[in-house]
Design a protein around this ligand. Structure first.
Ligand SMILES: [Zn+2]
Length: 237
């Protein structure tokens, strides 16, 4: 996954919620952030960024009060970097599909793990390059792209969201995870009817607008409103 720099953001035109209608059967639970990119935060990177050299890391590993203090500092620094990284968009990419895959690679494992929807927007910058906003959490059964912002001057050309894990509708109305595609009340491996309607509505006036979905099977789907085609994008998970 690539992480780009943060740009100034501004409010965007409202977009239709995904999976928000209780009429639709597709309510898939989703997840939150857990940016898998945190694994790129190697000891070397952290040491370089925070001036913690290898000798101090050894000291840390060997224990003792100073060593433990060094460990605490290093872990706090790593968590701080991870928190900032989690808010950064993925990009730049040559295509919207590539940006969507990067975003779904970040969002889908967490979405499945937390059984909660996550999502974001795909946008094109002024240089014609594509980005995906950082995955933002929705609820167990919906994701609303309305609150997502993109940089000033960028054009919204798509959105993505995830469906969490396979679930049955619980007595309290909340999805109960089964992890079993045969026990799934939400048709989680497909776009819901409200997904398709919302994507088509948001695509008006933007020829290349595309909707992307991360499913509990690990398959990524794309919906092109211009051709009305749904196709598999790339396996993830
Ligand atoms: Zn959906």
């Amino acid at each position: 996954m690539q992480i780009g720099s943060l740009a100034t953001t501004t409010s965007l035109a409202p977009v239709a919620p995904r999976d928000a209608s209780p009429v639709d059967v597709d309510v898939a639970p989703a997840a939150h952030r857990a940016d898998t990119s945190s694994s790129v935060l190697s000891d070397d990177l952290i040491a370089a960024r925070f001036g913690l050299d290898r000798a101090r890391q050894s000291e840390c590993d060997e224990g003792g009060i100073l060593g433990q203090f060094a460990c605490t500092v290093r872990e706090a620094a790593a968590r701080a970097v991870e928190a900032v990284t989690a808010t950064m968009p993925s990009g730049p990419f040559a295509t919207a599909d590539a940006a969507a895959v990067a975003a779904l690679d970040r969002a889908n494992p967490v979405s499945i793990s937390e059984n909660r929807e996550y999502g974001g927007l795909i946008y094109k910058d002024e240089a014609g390059q594509y980005w995906a906003t950082a995955p933002a959490p929705g609820t167990g059964t919906s994701f609303d792209p309305y609150a997502i912002e993109i940089p000033t001057g960028a054009i919204k050309v798509g959105d993505y969201h995830t469906h969490g894990d396979y679930s049955l509708a619980g007595p309290d109305g909340n999805p109960q995870r089964t992890g079993d595609p045969a026990r799934d009340d939400y048709n989680s491996d497909a776009f819901s009817a409200s997904d398709l309607r919302g994507i088509a509505a948001d695509a008006r006036g933007v020829d290349e607008y595309t909707g992307y979905l991360g499913t509990p099977s690990g398959t990524y789907l794309r919906f092109d409103p211009a051709s009305n085609d749904v196709s598999a994008l790339e396996a993830g998970r």
